[in-house]
Design a binder for this molecule. Structure first.
Ligand code: FE2
Ligand code: FE2
Length: 244
């Protein structure tokens, strides 16, 4: 008879968590805080490239939402640990500065791909074994859906217009890599641990595949191609389906 595994137990408070569980959860919160603030800064920096009034309001709204996401995660972290996450985030931003876009089309690529990476990653935490995290994540996921949808629309519009033929593919590849990096290395022991205790749903490799499938229709519409996997210079599972 087939055995159905019991769902991992949930924890409401820090004190009852095993040490590794608590450390993994704190690491998840810190990385997310970094990513949200990095996004706010990158899109804030990109405001200078917005010439069309119809997108100006959207960009300002987007920067505001990333800022809110950062603050929501920072509040959760402080409530959970009793300490501020700010010091860690700023140190990390200095050590690993976020790449800034240099043009309107690059900003749109970042919205299309970098933001989408975060969206898919957060969905893996939706049923997190620490229920207070689920609440914070749920609201953020709903908002991220709007960001990437618009990013995609702008990229397709710009690519179809035919004015960015010389740069579109290389910018796509740069931000594809940065988007894929948000999932962390696939098939690690840490991945397995987080899955086994219910902190995340699946291995990074499976999430990468969802992300790739999700961007294919817009790539076809915009005449974009996947590069050779080696060109991305990162650890990727062999099994990824790159077929457009
Ligand atoms: Fe966000
Ligand atoms: Fe976002």
């Amino acid at each position: 008879m087939e055995q159905i595994a019991a769902p991992p137990r949930t924890y409401q408070s820090r004190g009852e968590m095993p040490e590794r569980f608590r450390e993994t959860l704190e690491q998840m919160m810190k990385s997310q805080a970094y990513r949200e603030l990095a996004a706010a800064r990158m899109f804030g920096h990109g405001l200078q490239y917005v010439e069309d009034g119809k997108w100006l309001k959207f960009m300002v709204w987007h920067i505001g939402e990333e800022t809110e996401h950062y603050l929501a995660v920072a509040r959760m972290y402080e409530k959970f640990t009793g300490e501020s996450v700010e010091g860690w985030v700023h140190q990390r931003l200095q050590a690993k500065p976020v790449h800034f876009a240099g043009s309107w089309i690059e900003l749109a690529m970042a919205q299309f791909l970098y933001d989408r990476g975060g969206f898919w990653q957060l969905q893996e935490y939706e049923d997190c074994a620490f229920p207070p995290y689920r609440e914070v994540i749920g609201k953020i996921i709903a908002e991220e859906r709007g960001h990437q949808g618009l990013g995609e629309r702008i990229v397709v519009e710009l690519c179809e217009g035919g004015h960015h033929e010389d740069v579109k593919q290389s910018l796509f590849e740069r931000w594809l890599r940065l988007g894929l990096l948000s999932f962390g290395r696939p098939s690690t022991e840490g991945n397995q641990y987080a899955i086994s205790v219910g902190l995340k749903k699946r291995d990074s490799g499976a999430v990468m595949q969802d992300f790739l499938n999700d961007i294919k229709p817009a790539m076809r519409a915009g005449g974009l191609k996947f590069p050779e996997a080696e060109r991305l210079q990162m650890e990727l599972p062999e099994s990824l389906d790159w077929k457009l």
